[in-house]
Design a protein around this ligand. Structure first.
Ligand SMILES: NC(=O)c1ccc[n+]([C@@H]2O[C@H](COP(=O)([O-])OP(=O)(O)OC[C@H]3O[C@@H](n4cnc5c(N)ncnc54)[C@H](O)[C@@H]3O)[C@@H](O)[C@H]2O)c1
Length: 354
């Protein structure tokens, strides 16, 4: 088995995650060295026993490096990816792949003439909560889904630094929106026909620290996506309405349930029900024998780890399978995010064909 050698450009928080996974969990690819513009990060790499390259060119010219992982800040992804592809390397770029769809198209154009493969770290396609939601919906227990609500909510604001700066691709749409949109577009390979988004900059001037976005697929399915950074009481991670039931997954720990309706013909009596909300027929509670409840828990067969992203790249390099994280897919996600920015600026829904 060939053991691939990786070089990382941009050795911050996420690169530390790559370093750990390659050191602890992965045999097929090992980290050789690092390049970062910050001397402190080069020193840290050296102290950990990695080669610290004095320039990005030095890393890219190292013939031992097979795969370049780009984990620098977003505004430099495009130039770094193009340079690495031109140097003949396979390239894995962190999300968001670029600052815009135009930048991504530039990389894709260059990649056509290069021998290396180009993929993106859309690692949240392997998250257990997402796979549990997807499998549960696909099981048909809730009938045909018509609304999927996906939320990620924190209460500690955004980390200081580039995530708060527009010119470096800060803000929650590019940081988390990119994952949540990618998950749903990966689940439904269906055209997106409309996007409506409200963005809020509650505690930061330049970028969105909260957003609420509604995207509609051609089939009519509506996805509602929310990201918040100052939300002290959380909604469930997933809430899905289907024609025959409802699904909820509360958090990353995957605890949740499906409630499936057993009697589809509503049998209304003449009398109105007395509830805590006063007299009502429509909102009266349903009797327990008319529903079936399925408990949900974390799928044990799912590996939620960067190794899945590495494997799809190395399998494609070895001709065993195609890349599963393709630039064309992330291009569609970038376009949806651009429609969300446009919608937020105009305060109206944007018709699209993505
Ligand atoms: N896939 C995920 O789940 C995930 C999670 C976190 C971050 N990320 C992504 O990883 C990237 C880095 O995020 P982070 O949280 O590690 O940021 P960070 O600020 O911790 O690290 C970024 C590093 O890049 C370096 N850098 C900047 N410009 C450079 C250049 N031109 N050449 C070399 N090094 C350069 C900085 O000095 C810094 O050390 C971002 O694109 C981010 O969106 C992905």
């Amino acid at each position: 088995m060939k053991i691939y050698k990786a070089g990382i450009i941009g050795y911050g928080g996420m690169a530390g995650n790559h370093e750990k996974v390659m050191r602890v969990d992965y045999d097929r690819m090992k980290l050789k060295g690092i390049y970062d513009i910050a001397e402190s990060r080069l020193n840290a790499a050296q102290e950990q026993g990695y080669h610290a390259y004095s320039s990005r060119e030095e890393l890219l010219e190292d013939p031992e490096i097979d795969v370049v992982i780009i984990a620098a800040t977003n505004e430099v992804h495009k130039d770094l990816a193009i340079a690495a592809l031109r140097a003949g390397k396979h390239v894995l770029v962190e999300k968001p792949v670029t600052m815009s769809s135009e930048e991504l198209e530039e990389i894709m154009e260059v990649a056509k003439d290069c021998c290396g493969l180009f993929t993106i770290d859309q690692n949240r396609r392997t998250n257990k909560d997402y796979i549990l939601m997807r499998r549960s919906v696909e099981s048909g227990k809730i009938g045909k889904p018509y609304v999927i609500e996906s939320r990620v909510e924190g209460s500690r604001g955004m980390p200081a630094g580039w995530r708060t700066k527009k010119e470096q691709g800060g803000g929650m749409m590019l940081d988390w929106g990119v994952h949540l949109i990618d998950q749903l577009m990966n689940m439904y390979n269906d055209k997106v026909v409309s996007v409506y988004c409200k963005m809020f900059s509650v505690h930061y001037d330049e970028v969105d620290d909260n957003f609420r976005m509604t995207m509609t697929f051609e089939s009519g399915l509506v996805a509602h996506i929310e990201v918040s950074t100052n939300n002290y009481i959380k909604h469930p991670r997933w809430y899905v309405l289907g024609t025959e039931g409802t699904l909820v997954i509360n958090d990353w720990d995957c605890k949740g349930e499906i409630v499936r309706c057993l009697d589809k013909d509503n049998k209304w009596g003449v009398e109105i029900a007395e509830t805590k909300a006063g007299p009502t027929k429509t909102m009266a509670p349903r009797s327990p024998e008319t529903v079936q409840t399925f408990e949900l828990s974390a799928p044990e067969d799912v590996t939620d780890n960067l190794t899945v992203v590495y494997n799809q790249l190395l399998d494609a390099v070895e001709g065993k399978s195609e890349l599963t994280i393709k630039a064309e897919q992330t291009l569609r996600v970038m376009k949806v995010m651009e429609a969300a920015f446009e919608s937020a600026a105009k305060d109206e829904a944007v018709k699209v064909n993505i």
